[in-house]
Each structure stands twice: as structure tokens, then as C-alpha cells.
Design a protein around this ligand. Structure first.
Ligand SMILES: Nc1ncnc2c1ncn2[C@@H]1O[C@H](COP(=O)(O)OP(=O)(O)OP(=O)(O)O)[C@@H](O)[C@H]1O
Length: 315
């Protein structure tokens, strides 16, 4: 089915080269209203470079990036109006308090009078900073600084938020709170692009993820889709008391079990099916007369998926 929805964020064959470094090398994807898109890749993959282009802080070597249909090349002002960017490094100004910091950015966006007061109040309430409004930034925890930085990115009520590694360095509680804030943003109809080099960190907060390495998008889809696309869903290990070869032959007749490796009394193979099928397999092996002493299945974790998709290449 052809989608008639217009993407809120669109990367169209985006390229950005720095000399011989292909930081972004032909990346295309679309993100729709209210979606949270996880941009995952190892260090140096090209995440920050593409996010900076979307935030109109850099220009592509070729291709384009669009926000609400506006090109970062031709309509950067329109893009800026619609977008809030949270960079991976927190800006300084540590000698001001939270309210003053947000007020400064509200003024730079041209907000005046009641509109500015309302924006400040709403942003501080959303980020939970209202109770800390007079606290100097220098005294804030890492989690609170991240909230402040998110507040700064959303002070002008943008429809799109670009968050570069917001979960990095957060403790588990602050990470859960960040996840909740992002869910609320998506619920309010905002479109969020969020990066990390850890798939597990984002898996629960994203509708769709894109895995990037060496400037190229290697896989996109829901985490479940990407997991399904992997060859080995689980590694099964069986110890049989005798007739290991006989069991291997018996398994080979069943098409779902391939690449069977025999190692003494042990058999290993990959399995692409459901977990329930493993219970059926165990029952059938025993019924077929094989004396099974051990049976174990290790399901691929999100880390395995990430390692399978990426190759560990750096540039
Ligand atoms: N201004 C620049 N000049 C030269 N090379 C650059 C510049 N900015 C980025 N690069 C290079 O482009 C590549 C991609 O960098 P980028 O910062 O986009 O990666 P990243 O995925 O955000 O990584 P990280 O997770 O480490 O932040 C790297 O090889 C980096 O060294």
C-alpha cells in the first residue's frame, strides 16, 4: 500500500563528506508525525553529522533533508521554526539559574510578554524543573541538566525534536524519566529523532529504529522487524548420550534447523522459529528415541542484533 501521509522528517539521499571521510554517505529515511525514530550507530557512524544538518547547523555535500516539507538548504528559517535540537554536549552558562537560562532562549526565539511567560511555565512544568527554577545550573545533576537542555530545545514549541544522545551518562532512574518524557512528547504529536550508540537504550522508547554505520543506513524498521531479519534468532545446544550423527541427520530433515555443528556429544544449530517450537522439538526428539541429556536455547539479545547488523567498521 502506498502511504499518503507526508513525512515530518525526511532525509533524501543525504551525503556529507569531510575530505576523504564519508561521514554521511547516501542516507534516506522518513519519520512521520508522532513517531519516535531511534538513530543507532557506533561512534563516528554519522549520527551527529546528519542531525546537525537537520538542525540547519551544517549543509549537505549532496542530497537534502526536509522538515515538514521544508528543505534545510532552501528554507532553513522555516525548518528552525519547527525544530528543536538538543546537542550531545551541554552548553555552559553555569552562572545562571534554570529560569534565567530558559528565559534567555525564549527571548532568542523572539517570544514576548505573556507568550514567553507561558512558554517558560509550560516548559518548566513539563521537564519537572519548576521546583528548581532558582537553582544555579552549576549545582544541577547530569539528569537535571539533560532536562534543562530538553527544555531549551522545546521552549518555542517545535513540532520536531532532534535529540543527540540524550540518555548518555544518565543513571537508570533518569533514563526511565527521559523515556517517560519522550513518550509524552510523542503522545502530544511531536516527532522525535533520538540517537544513541546503544540499541537497548532506545529500543523501548522508539517506534522505528535506523541502524547506521560508516555513514550508511544498514537497517530500518521496528526493533522486532530488524530482529526477525537476522539469520539466527537463537542458538540451540543439545547434548545427546549417543548417536550424535543420527540426531544431526534427523534434524537436517527438518528445514528450520540448519548449519548443524557436531562437537563430541554436543550439537549446535541456529533456529529461526518461535520459542514454542523448541519445546515441541525436545518432545519429538525424545519420542524418536534420542537420549537427550541437555537442551538449551540462547535467544539473540538486542546487543546481538546490533552486532550482527553492524560490522564494527570505523573511519
Ligand atoms: N567537522 C568535521 N571535520 C572533519 N571530520 C568530521 C567533522 N565532523 C565529523 N567528522 C567525522 O565524520 C564521521 C562521523 O562523525 P559523527 O560525529 O557524525 O558520528 P556519530 O555517529 O555522531 O558519532 P558519536 O557517537 O561518536 O558522536 C567521523 O569520522 C568524524 O570524525
Amino acid at each position: 500500500m502506498i502511504s499518503t501521509r507526508t513525512p515530518v522528517i525526511e532525509l533524501r539521499r543525504l551525503h556529507r563528506f569531510f575530505g576523504s571521510t564519508k561521514a554521511v554517505n547516501d542516507i534516506s529515511f522518513e519519520v512521520y508525525a508522532g513517531q519516535v525514530f531511534g538513530y543507532i550507530g557506533p561512534n563516528g557512524a554519522g549520527k551527529t553529522t546528519s542531525m546537525r544538518i537537520l538542525a540547519t547547523l551544517d549543509l549537505p555535500t549532496a542530497g537534502d533533508a526536509l522538515v515538514d516539507g521544508y528543505s534545510v538548504i532552501n528554507d532553513p528559517d522555516q525548518v528552525r521554526r519547527r525544530l528543536g535540537f538538543m546537542p550531545d554536549a551541554f552548553g555552559v552558562y553555569s552562572n545562571v539559574n534554570c529560569r534565567e537560562y530558559l528565559d534567555f532562549f525564549a527571548r532568542s526565539y523572539g517570544l514576548k510578554g505573556d507568550d514567553r511567560r507561558k512558554a517558560l511555565q509550560e516548559t518548566m512544568a513539563f521537564t519537572g524543573l519548576d521546583v528548581l527554577s532558582e537553582k544555579p545550573i552549576s549545582g544541577l545533576s547530569k539528569g537535571m541538566k539533560q532536562r534543562l537542555c530538553l527544555g531549551r530545545a522545546m521552549i518555542h514549541n517545535p513540532s520536531v525534536l532532534i535529540l543527540d544522545e540524550p540518555a548518555a551518562g544518565l543513571d537508570p532512574r533518569a533514563r526511565i524519566e527521559l523515556r517517560e518524557m519522550i513518550a509524552r512528547l510523542a503522545h502530544a504529536g511531536k516527532t522525535v529523532l533520538i540517537s544513541s550508540h546503544i540499541l537497548t537504550e532506545l529500543a523501548e522508547m522508539c517506534d522505528v529504529v535506523g541502524i547506521i554505520e560508516q555513514g550508511q543506513l544498514l537497517a530500518t524498521g521496528s526493533v522486532a522487524d530488524i530482529q526477525r531479519g537476522q539469520r539466527s534468532n537463537s542458538r540451540v545446544r543439545i547434548r545427546v548420550l549417543e548417536n550424535t550423527q543420527g540426531l544431526a541427520d534427523w534434524l537436517t530433515t527438518r528445514e528450520v534447523y540448519d548449519e548443524i555443528v557436531i562437537d563430541g556429544e554436543l550439537l549446535h544449530f541456529s533456529h529461526l522459529g518461535e520459542r514454542a517450537e523448541e519445546a515441541v522439538l525436545l518432545k519429538e526428539m525424545i519420542e524418536a528415541g534420542f537420549r537427550i541429556a541437555e537442551f538449551g536455547a540462547r535467544h539473540s539479545t538486542l546487543e546481538d542484533v546490533f552486532l550482527n547488523v553492524t560490522k564494527g567498521r570505523v573511519q
